[in-house]
Design a binder for this molecule. Structure first.
Ligand code: C2O
Ligand code: CU
Ligand code: CU
Length: 529
């Protein structure tokens, strides 16, 4: 799709305005702006409905999906994408877009090396495409944004190309059904699947199209980590609600058919004023006074968190990190505060045995204000004998890449800039175009990438995991440890990452995972040859 073929609908929506007050057009944030680095990038959308008190709704656990077949060494699943009505706020009906009727979608549990095949059926009113975030996936199942599954009744309207992706000659489209194959040939970790439709990913995720995909292996089992009830996936999102209970979102086209983009004040990102964990507002969960494994995902479009777990006396519990986006760490890292950018995951051990029975631990967001400072609460309700420990060396299989292994260093600037007649979010000065090749790498090559940001940009690479080599010219931060697939660039910051492009050849992507930035240009093609 060339810039011209995008038509003016996209350019029109990218009018530049107040949300970018920090920036000079096309340039980096000014030194003055950096001096008081903002805690986030985005604008708050306020709910028009009464919000429930915190810590009343029990924490839901996303249900684990049962395979329809396990024959032939493959686990097969079927998921129907459809509209449903969820009770997110107590007593309030909220229409959502779902994987299989629930928000978040069902969790897929996978074994390393045992393939998962998921047949997705699209009964939603718009095209969709599924991407397994963090998955080492063959390109044809990676959910390229124009590889759309069209609804049965879908017709192109108004001469726009966004729904059909007709201007991308390599797009592989289907009607209603598509089968995705995930080999799960990768380290044990918690991945997530979500919609990735060209220009409309942000509103589709906001409406509910996200779920977990957990890969397990023998190594992880040997560690005897807290499991069962003591292993808690926590999908953290923010949302806003209209007076009628529906989800609010500032789309220019509420039908998400033709005209992409959001209203101008929200172009830097949409922030909600309600914090949901596993689809419940500020939930509460009863725990025994023992170590728990918290598997945290920030599935918010644009909101950043800095998590802390504070007990009733105001003491911050240790958040013992044993894993990152792409699996277990070589050594645990203890945090009192943990930054969490969109799409990042952390594998944490938290010992509620340090809290007296009857005590409460609140998970808080230090970057929030007012009610968005709270995330959820744990009530410690009973004693229990501890039978787990913190592994001193969770993993021994981290890739050994060193800087001198890199055959090439590349540099990419992530910044606001001119896009058509308006402005958008650009990588290396250009907005996304599926028809253009941006980066071509050789299968097996190790490369160093230097990523530079104006405002916050959580940068994500498909196909690979990487290690963070440096941040702001210094050593990485404690939470940068391990194998990552998303690196959170802070305003004015440059970071270096190192990765080896193994796995599969084909067309992949890298992009900002602020979902609004992603939809408004900040994505690029990565061809593995
Ligand atoms: Cu979770 Cu291409 O993204
Ligand atoms: Cu991804
Ligand atoms: Cu961004």
């Amino acid at each position: 799709m060339s810039e011209r073929q995008l038509g003016f609908s996209r350019r029109q929506v990218l009018a530049f305005g107040g949300a970018f007050g920090l920036l000079t057009a096309g340039g980096l944030a000014s030194a003055a702006a950096l001096a008081h680095r903002p805690a986030g990038t985005g604008a708050l959308l306020r709910s028009a409905i009464a919000l429930p008190p915190a810590f009343q709704v029990p924490l839901p656990r996303p249900q684990v999906l049962a395979p329809v077949s396990t024959a032939g060494g493959v686990d097969r699943y079927e998921i129907t994408q459809r509209e449903a009505v969820a009770e997110i706020l107590p007593g309030v009906r909220t229409p959502v877009w779902t994987y299989g009727g629930s928000f978040p979608g069902p969790t897929i549990e996978a074994r390393r090396g045992r393939p998962t095949v998921v047949t997705h059926r699209n009964e939603l009113p718009v095209p969709t495409v599924v991407h397994l975030h963090g998955g080492r996936t063959p390109a044809e199942s990676d959910g390229y944004p124009t590889d759309l599954v069209l609804p049965g009744s879908w017709t192109e309207s108004g001469g726009h190309h966004h729904g059909g992706g007709m201007a991308d000659p390599r797009a592989v489209q289907s009607r209603v059904v598509r089968e995705y194959t995930f080999p799960n040939e990768q380290r044990a970790t918690m991945l997530w699947y979500h919609d990735h439709r060209m220009d409309f990913t942000a509103p589709a995720i906001w409406r509910g199209l996200a779920g977990l995909h957990i890969i397990r292996d023998d190594r992880e089992k040997e560690l005897e980590l807290p499991d069962g009830e003591r292993e808690l996936p926590l999908v953290i999102t923010d949302r806003a609600f209209r007076a009628d209970g529906s989800l609010d979102y500032p789309s220019l086209d509420p039908g998400l058919r033709d005209r992409p983009g959001v209203q101008e004040p929200y172009m830097a990102g949409v922030l909600g004023d309600v914090i949901l964990v596993n689809g419940a507002p500020w939930p509460v969960h009863e725990v025994a006074a023992v170590r728990h494994r918290l598997r945290v995902l920030n599935a918010s479009n644009a909101r950043h968190y800095e998590l802390e777990a504070v007990d009733q006396d105001g003491r911050a519990l240790e958040l013992v990190q044993i894993g990152a986006d792409q699996g277990l760490l070589a050594a645990p890292v203890t945090h009192r505060r943990l930054p969490l950018a969109p799409a990042e995951r952390y594998d944490l051990l938290v010992d509620f045995g340090t809290v007296p029975v009857g005590g409460t631990v609140r998970l808080r967001n230090r970057l929030g204000s007012g009610r968005t400072r709270e995330v959820m609460a744990f009530r410690v309700v009973r004693a229990q004998r501890e039978d787990t420990r913190v592994p001193s060396a969770p993993a021994t299989d981290l890739p050994p890449w060193r800087r001198e292994d890199a055959v090439r260093t590349r540099e990419f600037a992530f910044r606001a800039g001119k896009m058509g007649e308006g402005h958008g979010w650009l990588i290396g000065g250009r907005p996304f175009d599926p028809a253009r090749e941006d980066v071509s790498v050789r299968l097996g090559d190790v490369e160093v990438w230097r990523l530079i940001a104006d405002v916050h940009h959580p940068v994500h690479l498909h196909l690979v995991g990487f290690r963070i080599l440096s941040r702001g010219g210094r050593a990485p931060l404690p939470h940068d440890a391990g194998l990552k697939d998303t690196v959170s660039l802070r305003p004015g910051e440059a970071a270096e990452i190192i990765t080896g492009f193994d796995g599969y050849r084909g067309r992949y992507l890298f992009h900002c995972h602020n979902a609004e930035h992603e939809d408004m240009g900040m994505m690029a093609n990565l061809e593995v040859r």
